[in-house]
Design a protein around this ligand. Structure first.
Ligand code: ZN
Length: 458
């Protein structure tokens, strides 16, 4: 028997197809360990702090516009669920500020200030004193307070914004720098590319990685306005947002920083249908009082009236009082269709919980409109059925979500609902910054964050 020659390789003589199978197996194994699968979370794909790369706190603040609390139960949301199960959640949602509109709320989240103090009192308004019209203008004079990106760069940190209302406005040391401040806002810029822009920052040397980042997603607000909150197209939009969150998680995991980054996912407000077609017509009040059309700055979800009495009127305050009294008399008379769903106030007499009086930009007379109702001048307008927000922040339908994930957030923790003006201090505390004056509570951060330096339970 001829002894065979010693093999040069341990695989010599192995059938080629078996080698090929081993190779495929190894590739799959390596892929599973490094990328950890797909957008869907795997309980085995979370290597805790073993892969720690970042040696500084980093916050990624994500807004999903119009993500009403409860949307997360409409469909499978495995990626949002992962953030919830391994992070801290406002159990019954995040409470927006009044008015529950996009610009006032995003800027309250960024500054910790109520709209009366940060100046963006509605999405569009006319300053009653100067007569100047604000419509999402970028002139810094409109944007009061100190948003997070300014707080960060003023104190020597780096910030980057992939959209956020107010982020394009130069302020303090923040110049909205090219490459780190997406501008101008473009609704058509795909959500995937927005996520990828954020992820690309994590490919920079650590000292160059922005400490604070914002990511703004327009959905499901767009579909919500078009079709109302109960339409199947909302469900699709929610699934799309979840997919984007999955893209964020996957990208961070790929770069081995997912467990190091503080990801805060929230929304600015909820959404309610007005398909009941309940409308209050201002002309129906004519038997009590006539309100000139050009005094009405906004009809709904907030009725805003800026009376402009002629020079012959000696006491405009008295006339204003008469206007409010007559309007409320009409609305409560039982003779005005849906009148019981509108109440008119001097702004100083609005419920204190709304924090909506301390600004000369707020018109003197404000009407609080019932949930989902519309206010129109007369019956000549076409009645449409759609979704809306902007109503009293007391309505549960106006609530959004808050989820915090990362080293300073406890796993699986639920906290009671809170107002979004608290978010500013939370981010500032994580980043180790000095907060600018704001309406949040410095004590709030203790209720939601682990102490600095604490070891996160695994
Ligand atoms: Zn919005």
């Amino acid at each position: 028997m001829v002894k065979s020659k010693p093999s040069q390789s341990p695989f010599s003589g192995y059938p080629v197809y078996k080698l090929f199978l081993i190779l495929i197996y190894l590739i799959v194994l390596v892929e599973a360990v490094t990328v950890s699968g797909s957008d869907s979370p795997s309980p085995y794909a979370w290597p805790s702090h073993a892969s720690k790369k970042l040696n500084k706190p980093v916050v990624l603040l994500i807004s999903s516009d119009g993500f009403r609390f409860g949307y997360q139960f409409k469909t499978e949301t495995p990626n949002i669920d992962l953030l919830i199960s391994r992070g801290t959640e406002a159990q019954t949602g995040l409470i927006p500020v009044f008015p529950t509109m996009t610009f006032p709320n995003h800027y309250s989240i960024a500054t910790g200030l109520y709209p009366a103090y940060h100046g963006i009192i509605m999405n569009k308004f006319t300053d009653p004193i100067t007569g100047e019209f604000y419509n999402k203008n970028l002139d810094p004079k409109w944007w009061l307070g100190e948003p997070l990106w300014v707080t960060a760069v003023n104190q020597g940190l780096k910030a980057a914004t992939v959209y956020w209302p107010g982020s394009e406005v130069p302020k303090g040391s923040w110049t909205c720098p090219t490459g780190f401040c997406k501008a101008p806002y473009n609704v058509s810029f795909p959500l995937e590319e927005r996520v990828d822009t954020i992820l690309s920052y994590f490919d920079l040397p650590e000292s160059e990685i922005p400490d604070f980042m914002t990511l703004y997603l327009d959905e499901p607000d767009i579909q919500g306005h078009k079709y109302g909150p109960d339409d199947p197209r909302i469900t699709e939009a929610v699934a799309k947002v979840d997919k984007m969150i999955g893209r964020v998680i996957k990208g961070l995991k790929k770069r081995k920083v997912f467990s190091d980054v503080h990801v805060i996912l929230l929304g600015d407000h909820g959404m309610v249908t007005n398909c009941d077609k309940k409308v209050i017509y201002i002309d129906d009040l004519a038997d009590w009082i006539k309100v000139p059309v050009d005094w009405i700055q906004a009809y709904f979800p907030v009725l805003a009236i800026n009376p402009r009495w002629g020079k012959d009127v000696e006491n405009p305050d008295e006339k204003n009082m008469e206007l409010v009294a007559k309007m409320n008399e009409a609305l409560s008379s039982g003779k005005v269709e849906n009148g019981e769903f509108l109440k008119v106030y001097f702004k100083e007499k609005l419920p204190k919980r709304l924090h909506y009086s301390e600004s000369s930009r707020i018109p003197p007379i404000i009407g609080m409109v019932g949930e989902g109702l519309m206010v129109k001048q007369n019956r000549t307008n076409v009645q449409e059925c759609f979704g809306n927000h902007g109503y009293d922040n007391m309505f549960f339908s106006m609530r959004s979500i808050f989820i915090g994930h990362g080293p300073r957030f406890r796993r699986g923790k639920k906290v009671p609902s809170f107002e979004n003006v608290q978010v500013y201090n939370v981010v500032v505390e994580i980043l180790g910054l000095r907060p600018a004056p704001n309406n949040g509570s410095s004590l709030f951060t203790q209720s939601i964050l682990l102490p600095f330096g604490a070891t996160r339970e695994t």
